[in-house]
Design a protein around this ligand. Structure first.
Ligand code: 5GP
Length: 254
């Protein structure tokens, strides 16, 4: 990694100042955490795969007109993104019951929802990302009502597009978490999709077997965690030539 000024270190990523003003470099780590840092571990090759998977999904979303912070992938673990002012709200979109929704309402995991549900969580490690309503978001000025409208419209479009994209490769998009930011360009401000979209932030189940192909394997102490991430990349057609061995670094050339 070139020497760069670090601006932020999160659980799975590090952000560095980018080469141009208004840009950042997102570095994807293999570190995995769950339950607000109470469980920690490493998933070998996860950073490389998430860098590729997020690049792919952000590019496809850009093609259908969803504005994102993504600019281009730089190398195995880094991508160049536009610097945005992150809105401190995690937007969760759900299509099927799972995770905290199953627990909170005592519903069976995998039950289809009558319609997609959007939930909001306040981004705060100290408070364990508490669930909030639209009222909190606008009352505390985390986003203006107009911005929130835009976030809802974009989230639903992203959900429709990604649900179809994943269904086409035999994967059910159960739910996912996204984040948005304000992008300031030429005296104008736009809401854009930020952060990442990967098996760290989505629940992805095989359509036929319901096998989990996401971070729930780590959260629930299941086996074959790296293989699940690899399978998502493989089905998206973005496994680097030579398969997973390409992720481990230099290879002996005979
Ligand atoms: P749940 O609320 O059921 O735990 O999570 C809903 C969805 O949002 C899941 O796909 C989960 O992976 C994602 N999600 C929720 N909170 C976070 C978070 O803090 N980080 C990441 N990466 N994903 C999250």
């Amino acid at each position: 990694m070139a020497r760069r000024r670090q601006v932020y270190e999160g659980k799975a990523k590090v952000l560095f100042k980018g080469p141009e003003p208004g840009t950042l470099v997102q570095y994807f780590k293999d570190d995995a955490t769950a339950f607000n840092n109470k469980k920690r571990g490493t998933i070998t090759g996860k950073g490389v795969l998430n860098n590729r998977i997020s690049e792919y999904l952000m590019m496809r979303l850009t093609e259908v007109g969803v504005p994102t912070h993504f600019m281009r992938r730089l190398n195995m673990r880094e991508q160049l993104v536009k610097e945005v002012e992150i809105i401190p709200v995690e937007v969760v979109v759900r299509n099927f019951v799972a995770g905290s929704l199953a627990k909170r309402l005592g519903l069976a995991e995998g039950t289809p929802l009558p319609r997609s549900i959007i939930e909001y969580y306040y981004k705060s490690d100290e408070l364990d990302d508490p669930m909030i309503s639209e009222e909190h978001i606008t009352a505390f000025n985390w986003a203006a009502p107009q911005e929130l409208d835009e976030i809802v419209q974009l989230s639903l479009r992203i959900n429709d597009f990604l649900s179809g994209l994943f269904y086409g490769i035999g994967i059910r998009l159960i739910d996912f978490k996204i984040e948005f930011g304000r992008l300031y360009e030429n005296d104008q401000m736009r809401i854009v999709l930020a952060d990442e979209i990967s098996p760290d932030s989505c629940r992805l189940w095989d359509v036929k077997t319901n096998e989990k192909l996401d971070k729930d394997r780590f959260r629930r102490d299941m086996d074959r965690i790296p293989e699940a991430y690899q399978e998502v990349a493989r089905r998206l057609g973005i496994m680097p030539e030579g398969g997973p061995s390409d992720f481990k670094g230099p290879r002996l050339v005979q």
